[in-house]
Write a protein that binds this ligand. Structure first.
Ligand code: OXD
Ligand code: MN
Length: 595
């Protein structure tokens, strides 16, 4: 196939990789629907995919049982020095890592096709967008990238002869000997998997995994790890945040960006259906926000992605009706149950299932004792199919952010909502956010982990420098900086019951934030921040007793104090790189707690 571009750097890179990986064929993706259909037909024929008779143009894939989630232990930030990567990232000297990986890449595409996927993160032409090119030997990656990014010929046109792009090299790491039969989900064993980032040259090398964030390199690798480094250098922000627009009964619009650790309900909040009368919500993005200061001095956010790669289990008409409607057609499902009727199913989908084939390919019936879908089973669906997608979701200028929210999954201690006393305190709140781990990463064992700004697995440089960048952004934004809040939807009572109904009721929390932003309510100051004053929070129609509300909002100073040792240890790992302003925050926090 002749290359459909004259971009010299791109041609040279594809040539180099072809020589190293020795594929049987090279194919340049054009991004067309015909191409998508052809790949799907091929994968159905080879047994890699199942066409779902109940959902138009939708397919199911089963991964290898060892290749079901991101692998943080195998993810590397290969900056020039270990210190630049910081204590929270795995580091190997770039040349050493390249040497190891070149050894793995040598001949790794034998018997396979090398696909070149030109893609844009953000609408082509947006001043905030960036172009990447992924090379992969996985047709599953190609079809997913078609949904998750903007792929194809238009991107090559935008790139022209000399345009810059971020090279993203990916192989499943499973060469085929002549005549060898392929398996349904080729991948390499865990010790040969590498998800490598070379921030100093904006380069991504991924080897051995075909799954999600390890393999769809535009998402976590480019849009967060590499983009966070570029953003710091260029003075903008690349964050693990959903973006939504909330409109009040009076028609006033508020744009909110919220950071929660993986699998803590970002997609649900992004597609919220508020229960409070007159308030509406539209989704701009569910996972990543790229934000630049606009000509008016406000922070403007775009969603660099074009699709949703959501956690399937738990998604139902109760938890997220808009996601359920989004995935009715043209969607890809991975590691779900395929029912006897030719549909997909997962735990807590809210519909009965008579049985079918589970994510491992075994016959399955409910009550078997084992889960039918993997807890990190996913759907990939076009964002434009979301019934509440914001009409401006592709505005190249982005939407102006009024409010930042941080949070995590805490069954204890953290109240439903509190507000930062000022920008620096908000940075402290984000920096110290903690969560109980979920199924989105294979190898997280801790009971509670601090996940700064939900970026722990995604920050491409030293987290202490990242915090300094947040302080610097606050200085640049001044009075136009978004207000910062912290939420916890997951608190339980001492006898183990959820204290907050969540889902559509979360709109009430957002309403209080908007009213704070407008100065309509004042809140009350507590040692941890501002909280709703008596009567300020709209509980109309909620069957919640005063005692339950008090428990939900209870600030147990003893419990906060008990976490101070952990906080000190956490901060100490950054040594002298810890910003002075963060030290000051820790000191005033302790003082407010009365320590
Ligand atoms: C994701 C994640 O897939 O955060 O979005 O793990
Ligand atoms: Mn995510």
């Amino acid at each position: 196939m002749t290359a459909p571009t004259q971009n010299r750097k791109l041609l040279a890179w594809v040539d180099d990789v072809t020589r190293l990986c020795t594929p049987d064929h090279v194919y340049w993706c054009d991004g067309s629907t015909a191409e998508y259909a052809r790949f799907m037909d091929q994968m159905v024929a080879s047994g890699m995919a199942t066409k779902l008779s109940k959902r138009p143009n939708s397919y199911h894939f089963r991964s290898h049982a060892s290749d079901v989630a991101r692998v943080e232990d195998r993810t590397y930030i290969a900056s020039r020095t270990k210190d630049e990567a910081g204590p929270t990232n795995n580091w190997v000297a770039p040349e050493d890592l390249k040497q190891t990986m070149r050894g793995l890449y040598a001949g790794c595409m034998q018997g396979r096709t090398l696909y070149v996927i030109p893609f844009s993160m953000g609408v082509i032409g947006s001043p905030i967008a960036k172009i990447g090119v992924q090379i992969t030997d996985s047709p599953y990656v190609v079809v997913n990238q078609h949904i998750m990014t903007r792929v194809g010929t238009r991107v090559l046109q935008a790139l022209g002869q000399d345009g810059a792009f971020i090279p993203c090299l990916h192989s499943v790491g499973a060469p085929l000997k002549p005549g060898e039969q392929d398996v349904a989900w080729p991948c390499a064993p865990i010790e040969k998997k590498y998800i490598a980032h070379f921030p100093d040259e904006s380069l991504i090398w991924s080897y051995g995994s075909g799954y999600g964030g390890n393999a769809l390199l535009g998402k976590k690798c480019l849009a967060l790890r590499i983009a966070s480094v570029i953003a710091r250098r260029e003075g903008w922000m690349a964050e693990h945040m959903l973006i939504l627009r909330l409109t009040s009964p009076a028609g006033k619009r508020y744009h909110i960006a919220a950071a929660f650790p993986s699998a803590c309900g970002k997609t649900n909040l992004a597609m919220l259906r508020p229960t409070i009368p007159g308030w509406t919500c539209e989704c701009v993005g569910d996972d990543i926000a790229w934000m630049k200061i606009g000509p008016d001095g406000r922070l403007r956010a775009i969603n660099p992605e074009a699709g949703f790669f959501g956690v399937a289990p738990g998604t139902s008409y109760k938890s997220n009706p808009m996601a359920m409607d989004t995935i009715r057609e043209n969607s890809i499902f991975t590691n779900c149950v395929v029912t006897g009727q030719g549909d997909i199913w997962w735990e807590d989908m809210g519909v009965p299932c008579e049985g079918g084939t589970d994510w491992k390919g075994n016959p399955w019936t409910p009550g078997k004792g084992e889960k039918g879908a993997h807890p990190n089973a996913r759907f990939t669906a076009p964002a434009r199919q979301c019934p509440v997608i914001c009409p401006d979701w592709e505005d190249p200028a982005g939407v102006p952010i009024d409010i930042f929210i941080f949070g995590g999954r805490r069954t204890q201690v953290m109240p439903l909502v509190h507000e930062a006393l000022d920008w620096d305190h908000g940075v402290f709140m984000g920096a110290t956010a903690a969560s109980e781990p979920t199924a989105a990463a294979l190898d997280v064992k801790a009971k509670l982990r601090r996940d700064p700004m939900a970026m722990l697995p995604f920050c491409g440089y030293n987290v202490a420098d990242y915090w300094q960048h947040w302080f610097d952004m606050g200085d640049k934004l001044g009075a136009k900086a978004p207000k910062i809040f912290y939420v916890n939807w997951f608190r339980k009572s001492p006898d183990g019951k959820w204290l907050w109904p969540g889902f559509g009721e979360n709109g009430r929390v957002l309403k209080w934030m908007c009213e704070r932003t407008d100065g309509k309510v004042q809140g009350q100051t507590t040692p941890i921040g501002r909280m709703p004053a008596d009567g300020e929070f709209d509980l109309t129609g909620l069957p919640m007793s005063k005692a339950e509300w008090d428990e939900l909002m209870r600030v147990d100073l003893g419990a906060f104090k008990a976490e101070l040792t952990d906080l000190d240890d956490y901060m100490a790992q950054f040594g002298s790189r810890l910003p002075a302003r963060m030290r000051a925050q820790v000191a005033s926090y302790k003082q407010r707690l009365g320590d």
